[in-house]
Design a protein around this ligand. Structure first.
Ligand SMILES: Nc1ncnc2c1ncn2[C@@H]1O[C@H](COP(=O)(O)OP(=O)(O)OP(=O)(O)O)[C@@H](O)[C@H]1O
Ligand SMILES: [Mg+2]
Length: 310
């Protein structure tokens, strides 16, 4: 049994137009995406802006309507009751991209973190305070900050508050949508390492969404590359980084900045070679609408979007 299984997910947004404001077309934000995540693993979803990463995550947790496809969690089809049933709402949590806007500025830390608890557990004020203080300690913040407001914290600290809120109900799956991209690089590593630590402690499974392939390499066991609502490639971290097959994946990998300044010339040359290959072989990798083809297995773990042979 797979822990989380996504089957042929489609999320289309209607485009309205004309004087009757009827649906004239659709944005195919997610256009037939399938994947499995094993419990305790981190699955990375990468792609450029607008490729459909957030929509995929939001659809799984029930924040977007699903046009077609299925979400199976611990073997059960939860598609029609994603955000409705208590057990599902407890087991799957989300960490949002922007620690500045994702926390209600008028609520104290106590209320921000206690909110999910209040929906699910009947705790006395005393018990609730104790739980919130424990959670603050887990995420490395002083329990005394309980009465402060979000603006009194730094970005990294706020993201930790978001994590504390997400783990308050001991979820099994956390969908982390660009959890560190609003943070300074120096703080990013702290939050990421911390996410890895609590993952082990709580046996958490992550769906980790990011446009940063460098971060995904650091965090993830399996990786999917998304482009215009479709997968171009999926595989283990080794498959993707040691044996990338799709030209789009190769271009993304070439774009990861090399921190060593001595490699700058070499990297620049590598990038232009890959870009040249991208331009020359574009028609081999994308259909007439510029979309990725269906996925083909090239090994048990490794799938690549290629035209069917013959
Ligand atoms: N509520 C909505 N209504 C209409 N279109 C939407 C809606 N949400 C997303 N889209 C469109 O769906 C596509 C995918 O958006 P999505 O936010 O999933 O991309 P993303 O990969 O998360 O990008 P980013 O890296 O910028 O966060 C985009 O074209 C976007 O404009
Ligand atoms: Mg997004």
């Amino acid at each position: 049994m797979d822990f989380l299984e996504i089957k042929d997910l489609q999320v289309y947004f209607p485009i309205k137009g004309g004087i009757f404001n009827r649906t004239v077309d659709h944005i195919k934000a997610v256009d037939g995406v399938s994947f499995n995540i094993e419990q305790g693993k981190t699955y990375g979803l990468v792609g450029e802006s607008g490729s459909g990463k957030s929509t995929t995550g939001r659809a799984i947790i029930g924040l977007e309507n699903i046009t077609s496809g299925n979400v199976l969690f611990e073997g059960k089809d939860i598609t029609s009751r994603r955000s409705k049933t208590k057990d599902v709402r407890k087991d799957i949590q989300m960490i949002f991209q922007d620690p500045y806007s994702s926390l209600n500025p008028r609520k104290r830390v106590l209320d921000v973190i206690a909110e999910p608890l209040r929906n699910f557990e009947k705790l006395s004020q005393q018990e609730e305070k104790k739980r919130v203080q424990e959670l603050l300690e887990i995420v490395g913040l002083s329990p005394e900050t309980i009465l402060k407001y979000p603006h009194e914290f730094s970005g990294g600290q706020r993201q930790r508050i978001g994590v504390a809120r997400a783990i308050a109900l001991k979820p099994k799956l956390i969908i982390a949508d660009e959890p560190v991209s609003a943070l300074d690089v120096s703080v990013q590593a702290q939050v990421l390492n911390f996410m890895q630590d609590i993952q082990k402690e709580l046996n958490l499974t992550y769906l980790f969404i990011s446009h940063d392939l460098g971060i995904v390499k650091h965090m993830c066991d399996d990786i999917a590359i998304m482009y215009k609502g479709r997968y171009v490639e999926q595989g283990s971290k080794e498959d993707i980084f040691s044996n990338p097959q799709h030209i789009y994946t190769k271009r993304l990998i070439a774009a990861i900045p090399d921190i060593n300044p001595r490699n700058r010339d070499k990297q620049f040359q590598f990038r232009s070679e890959v870009q040249k290959e991208f331009d020359e072989s574009y028609d081999d990798y994308f259909d007439s609408e510029g979309l990725a083809y269906g996925l083909q297995h090239i090994s048990d773990s490794h799938l690549v979007a290629l035209p069917e042979k013959g």
